[in-house]
Design a protein around this ligand. Structure first.
Ligand code: HEM
Length: 420
């Protein structure tokens, strides 16, 4: 059966097992499908590119159970799969293997050690210290857009804020921002479509970052890379383990991808949600102090990370009456948990003062998002300032013409043309 979008509510579930969950047309509105799964098949095997067959977990309590159970749902497929399963598993290209040892692909003590070290560097004081810079970047982007009266809110605004701030946090010098941005562009592009032409600029970006790590080791400054290098030296003095250069590089790449892929979508899809709910938009304009709770509701509603990252079962596990065999790929569907009527009143309603708001948008358990305070701060400043400075903000194209990105875990728009 050929699937058409939006998916018919009467399409048999057996046909939906062929649905490609990375399809851009699916990404536009996955919520009715997830609602159906919560009701009829809360543990459901779907399809993804490269032959993967992930199990989608859609009820809030099951999603929580998966995220909190780091014994039966692990990140390292090698410790979960049988030798036969491993042979068939997709291989990570050798080129990127140095980046493989990062927080999101490690379990247990290996993970905790890195997280403790990065937490020392990624402090609330550091986030607070970025508020003024965030306001500056936001204002500069809006000044540029204001001169022409329109912009692509994704490329010209939502992406500018997290990219520029993570560059500053890491300690990329101002004059090297163009080089950094070129490297990031290639890195972002390869995430959406593998292209061999992007490999040389990514390798040169990796070399650039290695150079930055070496230079901070020689001469530390007040930045995150120096703090990570410092954490390394501190632990080595105690005679215990230390962060290797590869681990710092992998951490930096994780921060770069986790740090922009998601926040850009919180600001971008969040603004679209406000434009599509004019009464909520007016409410926020009338009461700017609502911005904290508004961002919390937007992150629940638009789910920048539609699912948590990959996990693998270490044994046969039964959830909501369905047994998932050992060694299988499991995706905890945050987009679905956040709309579960067992937990949220009127889950499909955008309510900027929703309380309590037990969304799982930043995950839960040992892999809980490191950057949650940073992205909250960035989104509050970016969205709050946008609404204040652009009272006539509106879409420049009909909403039906907006395209969503085809991607595995994140959910976001390709572009969002607006008139200010
Ligand atoms: C709206 C913005 C963001 C959202 C929705 C988000 C979402 C998430 C989620 C759902 C996880 C858990 C994944 C899992 O359990 O498989 C996670 C982990 C993580 N996030 Fe975020 N994130 C955001 C922003 C950021 C930012 C700004 C940074 C850093 C600059 C960041 C860094 C990380 C890291 C390092 C982890 C891994 C933590 C670990 O494995 O212990 N995130 N994020």
């Amino acid at each position: 059966m050929i699937l058409t979008f939006p998916i018919s509510p009467t399409a048999p579930l057996s046909a939906l097992a062929d649905l490609d969950i990375t399809d851009a047309r699916f990404k536009a509105d996955p919520f009715p499908f997830f609602a159906r799964l919560r009701e009829e098949a809360p543990v459901f095997q779907a399809r993804a590119p490269r032959g993967q067959r992930p199990w989608l977990i859609t009820r809030h309590d099951d999603v929580l159970a998966v995220l909190k159970d780091d014994r039966r749902f692990v990140k390292n497929m090698k410790s979960a799969m049988s030798p036969e399963q491993l042979k068939k598993a997709p291989k990570v290209p050798a080129l990127f293997s140095a980046l493989g040892r990062n927080l999101l692909s490690l379990d247990g003590a290996d993970h905790d050690r890195l997280k403790v070290l990065v937490h020392k560097a990624f402090t609330p004081r550091m986030v607070e210290g970025m508020q003024l810079a965030t306001q500056d970047v936001t204002d500069a982007a809006l000044d540029r857009a204001g001169r022409v009266g329109h912009m692509d809110l994704i490329a010209d605004f939502a992406l500018q804020v997290p990219l520029s701030i993570i560059g500053r946090i890491l300690g990329v010098p101002e004059q090297e921002h163009p080089k950094f941005n070129r490297g990031m562009k290639a890195f972002i592009a390869i995430g959406s479509a593998p292209n061999p032409l992007l490999i040389p600029p990514i390798l040169s970006f990796m070399n650039y970052l290695r150079g930055l790590i070496r230079s901070r080791r020689r001469q530390p400054r007040d930045d995150l890379i120096s703090a990570l290098v410092g954490a390394q030296e501190h632990t080595s003095q105690l005679g215990s383990d230390q962060l290797t250069d590869d681990e710092i590089l992998a951490m930096v790449f994780l921060l770069l991808s986790a740090g922009h892929e998601t926040t850009v979508n919180l600001i971008g899809s969040g603004t679209l949600a406000l434009l599509q709910h004019p009464e909520q938009l007016e409410r926020l304009r009338g009461d700017p102090a609502l911005i904290k709770s508004a961002v919390e509701e937007l992150v629940r509603f638009v789910v920048p990370a539609e699912t948590a990252s990959q996990r693998y079962t270490t044994e046969d596990v039964t959830l909501s009456g369905v047994t998932i065999p050992r060694g299988e790929l499991v995706l905890a569907v945050i987009a679905s948990a956040n709309r579960d009527p067992q937990v949220f009143e009127h889950p499909d309603t955008l309510d900027l003062s929703r309380s309590p708001n037990r969304h799982l948008s930043f995950g839960q358990g040992m892999h809980f998002c490191l950057g949650a305070p940073l992205s909250r701060m960035e989104a509050q400043i970016a969205i709050g300032t946008l609404l204040r400075r652009a009272p006539g903000l509106r879409l420049s194209v009909p909403a039906e013409r907006l395209r969503w990105r085809s991607s595995f875990i994140v959910r976001g728009l390709e572009s969002l043309p607006v008139t200010l």
